[in-house]
Design a protein around this ligand. Structure first.
Ligand code: MN
Ligand code: MN
Length: 218
């Protein structure tokens, strides 16, 4: 689904996204206020369950943004779009407000420094995940994020073996906030292994081999 300022792959069996992906640079950081208006996604095909905010009520889990609200403060419309429920997955508050939020803060720090980031985030799921709410929203075992940190104007074809990247996998488990976010750094290969996706597939195989096998650099 193309939401204009981010794209996502939705999993109707889990009622959450497989992944959400977006671009971030300082042109997307402005003064638009956080809308805080969570919305069911009416763009889902007919017959798909529409997750609502109330599916998360009293579940013990936050409505955890994948593309963060604060990464879209350029306009009221872009900020509002981050509150679609297809951009949420269930996260313990301790994760959402802890190391996950700190990693989000880091991506904005890089953007303010003038970097151009391409980011992918989603969940890592077990075979039969626990669910919450009437819509039976699957709870991820962990949340992952992959960032490619480029200079303004650079695209997939400009990625080289020395392009900085960052990847994290953070358990959606009590105690997660006891470690700093950087301690959850992993290789992109590890994220590929646990999610089954080939990330950065528009980058040459030779470059992927180098930048995906090392643990993050920035
Ligand atoms: Mn969050
Ligand atoms: Mn790859």
């Amino acid at each position: 689904m193309d939401k204009g300022s981010y794209v996502l792959s939705y999993n109707p069996g889990r009622r959450v996204a497989n992944w959400v992906s977006w671009h971030l640079d300082r042109s997307l950081l402005g003064s638009a206020r956080r809308k805080d208006k969570f919305m069911a996604d009416d763009a889902l095909p007919p017959g798909f369950v529409r997750v609502t905010s109330s599916d998360y009520a009293h579940s013990g889990y936050d409505r955890g943004h994948l593309c963060p609200s604060a990464d879209r403060s350029d306009s009221d419309a872009d900020n509002a779009t981050t509150f679609l429920m297809t951009n949420m997955h269930p996260q313990l508050h301790e994760l959402n407000d802890g190391p996950w939020g700190d990693a989000e803060e880091h991506e904005r720090t890089l953007a303010r420094q003038g970097k151009s980031l391409f980011i992918i985030a989603g969940g890592v799921f077990g075979r039969s995940p626990k669910t919450i709410g009437r819509a039976a929203v699957a709870v991820p075992d962990a949340s992952f994020k992959v960032m490619v940190i480029l200079e303004p104007g650079q695209r997939a074809g400009d990625v080289t073996a020395s392009t900085p990247t960052l990847a994290v996998i953070m358990p959606n488990q009590p105690g997660v906030s006891r470690k700093r976010w950087t301690e959850y750094a992993v290789s992109i290969d590890e994220v590929e292994r646990v999610t089954g996706y080939d990330y950065l597939s528009s980058v040459s195989a030779a470059v992927q081999q180098v930048i995906e096998s090392r643990v993050g650099s920035e």
